[in-house]
Design a protein around this ligand. Structure first.
Ligand SMILES: CC(C)(COP(=O)([O-])OP(=O)(O)OC[C@H]1O[C@@H](n2cnc3c(N)ncnc32)[C@H](O)[C@@H]1OP(=O)(O)O)[C@@H](O)C(=O)NCCC(=O)NCCSC(=O)/C=C/C[N+](C)(C)C
Length: 260
């Protein structure tokens, strides 16, 4: 198990923790399956009324998809059947509010969790970046999700300048990606406070409201997502070349050390 789930039935709050701290909570296929199963379970569990998602440890919330050479990768990474596309709550039809407690680095596929959360509470030391292009992969889905919360120019800078453009929690707050910045080590408690308040409201009204907000942007998101597989297939390097670049980059000068 690489995902921990905790239910607090007295408050109606569930906590989901990505539990791979030695890999900065990167998501492999097993974790992806566990995430999708957890969102579906919460959907049908009436005792769960709000969910907090976070990462184990203090370094990272999640560094996206696990790109280690020894980890199986999806058979069809550019198809809509890619299991990594269902790691978010909304992809699993979960309309209960989700609060992301970002306790460190968040990059790449982590934006699936942040972008599909209602609230994003970030530790002031957290940073955000999108490294896809550094190893020759089109960044498609993440910018689409980010663009729902941030100005387009800001999204483009993060997606295209992954190496140099990490943004701080404060900058992420200014752009609208983050809803609250906390002191060091306080993101989870602040996210739980938020979740407990929302969980105390009548759940049907809360879920209807979440759906209304998503309905407002659903057409644009679905239209953009429909183009993503073609853009990925057209612009990305072959997987083996990406793996080479990923490995070379990892042993290089490092990624995203300048924080804006
Ligand atoms: C710059 C990073 C994030 C942090 O650097 P660092 O120097 O602070 O930490 P270090 O590199 O030593 O990392 C500690 C160990 O964790 C392993 N790690 C971290 N992230 C990953 C990862 N994503 N995949 C596999 N392994 C990871 C790292 O290898 C270290 O292990 P060892 O101690 O060497 O055994 C730096 O870690 C980094 O660049 N990470 C990779 C970030 C990345 O490129 N992620 C992929 C993003 S693309 C994506 O998510 C696509 C999603 C598409 N979609 C959802 C649509 C399917």
């Amino acid at each position: 198990m690489s995902l921990l789930t905790e239910m607090h039935k007295e408050t109606g709050v569930a906590i989901v923790t990505l539990d791979r701290p030695d890999r900065h909570n990167a998501i492999d296929l097993e974790t992806a399956g566990e995430l999708a199963a957890a969102w579906r379970e919460f959907r049908f569990d009436d005792t769960v009324r709000a969910i907090v998602v976070t990462g184990a440890g203090t370094r990272a919330f999640c560094t996206g998809i696990d790109r280690s050479a020894d980890v199986p990768q999806p058979a069809s990474p550019y198809s809509i059947d890619d299991p990594l596309l269902t790691i978010g709550p909304k992809a699993n039809d979960l309309w209960k509010p989700v609060i992301a407690a970002v306790n460190g680095m968040a990059c790449g596929g982590a934006f699936y969790l942040i972008g599909e959360a209602e609230f994003v509470v970030a530790d002031e030391t957290a940073t955000f970046f999108d490294p896809h292009t550094t190893y020759g992969m089109v960044s498609a889905y993440e910018p689409i999700l980010m663009a729902q919360r941030m100005p387009i120019g800001e999204v483009a800078r993060m997606a295209l300048m992954g190496t140099a453009e990490r943004i701080s929690a404060r900058r992420a707050y200014e752009t609208g990606l983050v809803s609250q910045v906390t002191g060091p080590g306080q993101a989870l408690e602040a996210a739980l406070d938020c979740a407990r308040v929302i969980a105390s409201y009548p759940t049907e009204a809360v879920q209807g409201t979440v759906r209304a907000v998503w309905a407002a942007k659903e057409a644009a998101r679905a239209h953009a997502f429909a183009q993503a597989p073609h853009l990925l297939a057209l612009g990305s390097l072959p997987p083996e070349r990406q793996a080479e670049l990923f490995a070379a980059r990892r042993s290089g000068p490092g990624l995203g050390h300048r924080v804006r």
